[in-house]
Design a binder for this molecule. Structure first.
Ligand SMILES: [Zn+2]
Length: 128
């Protein structure tokens, strides 16, 4: 059964400690001691590559390295134009007000349609 123990250094509760553990160092203290792993350090470095570049069918970085789904294609190095990365591209979020206006417009259209339907109905039955 997993137990919880206090970290030996900062007294933070560490859960899922092995049964045989008498002393435990929490992940924070471990990280402080060992420093960040190289891998996670590198993710903080700007690579100039867009998020999710390694999911792209084809991505060419600014140096001309070609990647197919994140896998380097050394044979294609320098043969293709680098993929343009639009860092400024942002998902445009509508403001609450814009959403309300859009909704009102939709309702208006629906109402117009309903009115026309009703008119048609009346005309059909009583008109002309
Ligand atoms: Zn700790």
């Amino acid at each position: 059964m997993a137990r919880a123990l206090e970290c030996d250094k900062c007294n933070r509760i560490v859960e899922n400690v092995g049964d045989l553990a008498v002393k435990v160092t929490c992940s924070y203290c471990t990280m402080m001691m060992t420093g960040l792993p190289e891998e996670s350090k590198s993710t903080y470095k700007p690579t100039g590559r867009p998020a999710g570049w390694h999911f792209m069918n084809e991505f060419v970085d600014k140096d001309g390295n070609v990647f197919h789904r994140g896998k380097e294609q050394p044979k294609l190095f320098g043969t293709l134009k680098s993929t343009k990365v639009d860092a400024k591209k942002k998902i445009k979020r509508r403001t609450k007000n814009e959403i309300l206006i859009a909704r009102a417009a939709e309702k208006k259209v629906a109402l117009k349609k309903a009115v026309k339907k009703q008119k048609d109905f009346i005309n059909h039955n009583f008109g002309g």
